[in-house]
Design a protein around this ligand. Structure first.
Ligand code: MLT
Length: 332
């Protein structure tokens, strides 16, 4: 062995011994653009995951549906071709009807309700059911606020005002039926196609939280907002169950702890940012209208027509009653 070979062999050995193990970098799909709840939840998760795992696990966010439309990311995670995804709960319901309880109109009436339901026993049951039905595990909950109605044509304050508008909804039966209860037949459409459809006036409007309207720059293509409260948008962080179960017990605990930290950060983010974002949208020229009569007409029509239609799908009326009573309300 020449002295040069000896030197190189020695250097390689030192390098081998001192190089840190390569960190696993997971791909995290984010349905919305930057600046909203989903990205904030994702950033908090990545930071907590790195901290929890001492740098051995890391994550990279792909915002704006770069890794696929929200519903498609559920399938991708279930089949193991995607690691994590952050998406609106209404885009999980088609794969796991039990979480539909959280997309029934006027069930969640405040951020506190959303936190209580998702972080309590009901949320735990939904996590288990979603693993079984959809092959994905909810490990964190994002809170985005109520889905407000936007449109490009006119202020809407009553159900009568809504007539004649073409409104995009997610491909979610409960939301489709909710608009039908208000007398219009909405247009189901994938999230990724929504901005272009609003821009090209294929549809007049859509609903999503203030945070999402802002993150998606809908103010560029929409003028009027109706401050509805029919659906509080919960935005889960999901992991492929195949990936999760391939991790060691210690890594699983780190992932779960990071998810919990992200949930907490999401609650704080919404409380700190929503009012500012609402003002920002107004300063960009959007007009906010309150629903007439304290929203009673919207609420009565939707709850009476929609809740009973979905009792079977969500696993029985008792599933809804359980959620309502856990929130201190009367059963349906
Ligand atoms: C949808 O409208 O499809 C979703 O709520 C979009 C989102 O995740 O923000």
């Amino acid at each position: 062995m020449t002295s040069m070979t000896r030197l190189l062999t020695g250097t390689a050995a030192v390098l081998f011994l001192t190089l840190p193990a390569v960190a696993a970098e997971y791909r995290i799909a984010v349905g919305d653009g930057a600046g909203g709840t989903q990205e904030a939840l994702g950033k908090a998760f990545v930071a907590a995951l790195e901290e929890q795992s001492g740098g051995k696990m890391n994550g990279k966010l792909f915002v704006n549906g770069q890794l696929g439309d929200e519903q498609d990311t559920v399938t991708a995670a279930a089949t193991g071709t995607l690691d994590f995804s952050i998406l609106a709960i209404n885009n999980i319901t088609p794969f796991s009807p039990s979480v539909g309880t959280l997309t029934l109109p006027y069930v969640i009436l405040s951020q506190e309700d959303a936190e209580k339901v998702t972080q309590g026993d009901v949320g735990q049951q939904m996590i288990e059911q979603t693993i079984e039905d959809a092959g994905v595990r909810i490990i964190g909950w994002g809170y985005s606020g109520f889905r407000v109605l936007t449109n490009s044509k006119k202020p809407v304050s009553t159900v009568a005002d809504l007539q004649g508008l073409v409104i995009r909804v997610p491909k979610n039966e409960i939301m489709i039926e909710t608009y039908k209860s208000w007398g219009i037949s909405p247009t189901p459409m994938a999230w990724g196609e929504t901005f272009a459809a609003l821009q090209q006036k294929v549809v007049d409007g859509q609903d999503n939280p203030f945070m999402t309207v802002y993150a998606m720059k809908f103010d560029e293509v929409q003028k009027y907002i109706t401050d509805l409260h029919y659906l509080f948008s919960i935005e889960p962080l999901i992991v492929s169950e195949a990936l999760f179960t391939s991790l060691s017990d210690e890594e699983q605990a780190q992932v779960l702890a990071a998810g919990e930290a992200a949930t907490k950060a999401s609650s704080e983010f919404l409380r700190a940012e929503e009012a500012k974002i609402k003002e920002e949208l107004v300063s960009r020229g959007m007009e906010i209208t309150e629903p007439a009569d304290d929203e009673q007409e919207f609420m009565k029509l939707a709850t009476e027509a929609v809740w009973p239609q979905f009792y079977d799908q969500i696993g029985g009326k008792e599933v809804l009653d359980n959620v309502l009573t856990s929130l201190g309300r009367e059963p349906a």
